[in-house]
Write a new protein. Structure first.
Length: 637
């Protein structure tokens, strides 16, 4: 069977729908279905390659090795290059420092094709898309593909001696079981797991076997109906139920491949097929560009359109100058190229660790009197680099893969101790956890912890799916019935202004949630009050600015985000007043307010920062507020 240009046309439609979904999700909410089409096309291609390369003379070992090499030769040189370039730009000013550690972790996962394994049980792919901080989010689909490549040649070995009819039943068996697994799985597993995607690959494989039975390749009049329905689903301007449209589009794509032909006037047109040709480059290139654009020009539709055009132009350049070049190389040269790119990525992923390790070894939790401003510059960077790992508590037994976020219970406590404690909030809870355990742990028989990523316990933070966290906090409070609870959260959305001035719906929600929580707490709820946040991009600039002679006052103006905090604080004051004696205020105002300068101060005279660039307290900042907690625990004891 000659090369099917119409299939490249379907590939072109699939990549267009994915790009429109990523760049304009509001207008193309179903464009993600293009990935489902890629899986069907991939299954078709895999069956064709396996069928053509199998023979009685070829040993199973050689058959599998040849298959894997052909796939890796096609995928890895471009894949590793795009990861390497993305890592390079990640360390430039195009991305904030807050994105670095998250992406270093994601880069490792991408390098080993496990990006489809969620970092937490609560992680949602569509939420990750909306945040657009992870430049490797899109590599999940290639991880699914490569994992399928590991499975399919083994399955094919058992089927290759069957008749075509029996091969179809064999593939159908695996497809049906995969579909059952898909329908019974949670949305996260159903979306990410290779086992919940096998039925889509099998759809493409069965279609190939059916085509092999056709006497003549010809254009079917049913094509137009199937084609128009397919486009209507993908480009429909309102979101359609995924449980229905994903299977429907999968089977429609299979039918379209079956009834179409190379001479198809629509799918085989030069523009669409060329877009299909460059689709691999385009898929890998567009997301890092979009992530960068989302961080810098979010909401600017014209700017996003320019970035979309840039993605197309770069994809064409990469395809013509690099992708076609390495595909023509001899196998030995391709292997060398893959090895160089892989090792370069490993070095770049460890770049910060290598640089930090090469400098004077300092205890990052302690600031000594004889330390210099150069030490401050180094530690400020290290505290940000290690921020996420510092959120982990070694005493906490996490209930899922969500660590350091999500729920956990601390171990090593005395069963006959006085109290049961619960600490809950957003990532600041995890930020405080180790310190809290060291100061209050001796009083507790149990400490249950929740630090939900980006979610305030009293109000739904914008842009995140935080509603389940409300319910989870209530469930765990009801289950534990703590003597004392501690609300430890950096304010996020409670400082926002209401759309209607007469009604403070934000405060009403806060009060409602507080009342729900209080009924499960035996004695008191301690609540951390609001102070100004930082502009995370400027933490790394504290020392350079001081070295350049910038005054402390001017550095403060650059570093501190003064908006919203006063309104957040006023709502908290009202909350404390209405709550009465059962609510106890924890306030860091005096710790960070310079009375002489009449302004907040988030670094010391040498430039050591009390905050990381991810808006958490640095180890130095934790030590600054530790006396508060020591006093709280002393009074409880």
């Amino acid at each position: 069977m000659s090369k099917r240009q119409d299939l490249q046309g379907i590939r072109g439609i699939a990549i267009i729908s994915v790009l429109l979904f990523h760049f304009y999700p509001k207008y193309f909410p179903n464009g993600y279905l293009g990935v489902d089409q890629f899986f069907v096309l991939s299954g078709f291609l895999m069956c064709m390659l396996l069928t053509k390369s199998s023979s009685k003379e070829t040993s199973n070992t050689k058959f599998i090795a040849n298959f894997y090499w052909r796939r890796l030769k096609r995928i890895l040189p471009l894949y590793f290059l795009i990861i390497l370039i993305s890592l390079f730009f990640l360390h430039t000013k195009l991305f904030p420092e807050t994105a670095v550690e998250l992406n270093i972790s994601s880069a490792w996962r991408a390098l080993f094709f496990v990006s489809n394994e969620p970092k937490s049980a609560e992680q949602d792919y569509f939420e990750m898309l909306s945040l657009a901080v992870d430049v490797f989010t899109h590599t999940w689909s290639l991880s699914v593909e490569v994992q399928f490549y590991l499975i399919i040649p083994i399955l094919f070995i058992f089927a290759k001696n069957f008749s075509t009819k029996h091969q179809m039943f064999y593939l159908l068996f695996f497809g049906i079981n995969s579909f059952i697994f898909y329908t019974m799985s949670t949305p996260t597993i159903a979306f990410n797991s290779v086992f919940s995607r096998i039925w889509q690959f099998m759809c493409g494989m069965i279609v190939y076997l059916l085509i092999m039975q056709k006497q003549k390749e010809e254009f079917s009049p049913i094509f137009w109906t199937t084609f128009i329905w397919m486009l209507a689903i993908q480009f429909w301007p309102t979101e359609l139920p995924a449980g229905f449209v994903r299977p429907l589009l999968t089977f429609q794509t299979g039918i379209l491949i079956l009834i179409s032909c190379t001479e198809n006037p629509i799918l085989s047109n030069p523009i669409l097929t060329y877009i299909g040709d460059v689709s691999y480059s385009l898929y890998l290139i567009h997301w890092p560009i979009y992530a960068c654009a989302k961080l810098s020009i979010s909401g600017n539709s014209y700017g996003l359109f320019i970035c979309l055009l840039i993605s197309f132009v770069l994809a064409m350049i990469v395809y013509e100058s690099y992708e076609r070049w390495y595909l023509d190389l001899e196998s030995e040269k391709v292997a060398i190229l893959i090895g160089i790119l892989f090792l370069s990525n490993v070095v770049f992923v460890n770049k910060d660790a290598i640089l930090i390790g090469g400098q004077r070894n300092l205890d990052s939790s302690i600031v000594w009197k004889n330390m210099t401003i150069d030490d401050a510059e180094k530690l400020n960077k290290e505290w940000t680099y290690k921020d996420t790992s510092n959120l982990l508590s070694i005493t906490c037994k996490y209930e899922s893969k969500s660590k350091p976020f999500g729920w956990c219970e601390h171990a090593g406590l005395k069963s006959d101790a006085k109290f049961k404690f619960m600490i809950f909030g957003n990532s600041w809870t995890a930020n405080h956890a180790t310190m809290f355990y060291s100061e209050c742990g001796h009083l507790a028989s149990r400490i249950v912890q929740n630090g939900a990523y980006g979610c305030e316990p009293l109000y739904l933070s914008k842009g995140l799916n935080c509603a389940p966290n409300f319910k989870k906090i209530e469930e765990n409070l009801e289950k534990l019935r703590p003597d004392y609870a501690f609300h430890i959260a950096r304010f996020m959305s409670i400082g926002d202004e209401n759309e209607k001035e007469k009604e403070d719906k934000i405060y009403e929600t806060m009060k409602k949630q507080l009342d729900i929580y209080l009924k499960y707490i035996k004695y008191k709820l301690y609540i951390l009050d609001a102070i100004p946040r930082i502009k995370h991009d400027y933490v790394a600039q504290i020392v350079p600015l001081l070295k350049n002679g910038t005054s402390v006052d001017d550095v403060n103006k650059i570093l501190i985000e003064y908006r919203y905090w006063e309104l957040a604080r006023s709502r908290m004051q009202r909350l404390f007043k209405e709550c009465g004696e059962k609510c106890v205020r924890i306030d860091y105002f005096d710790d960070f307010y310079d009375k002489k300068r009449k302004d907040f101060r988030y670094f010391d005279e040498k430039g050591f920062s009390y905050f990381t660039a991810i808006n958490h307290l640095s180890p130095y900042g934790i030590e600054k507020i530790r006396p508060h907690w020591r006093e709280i625990c002393k009074k409880l004891g």
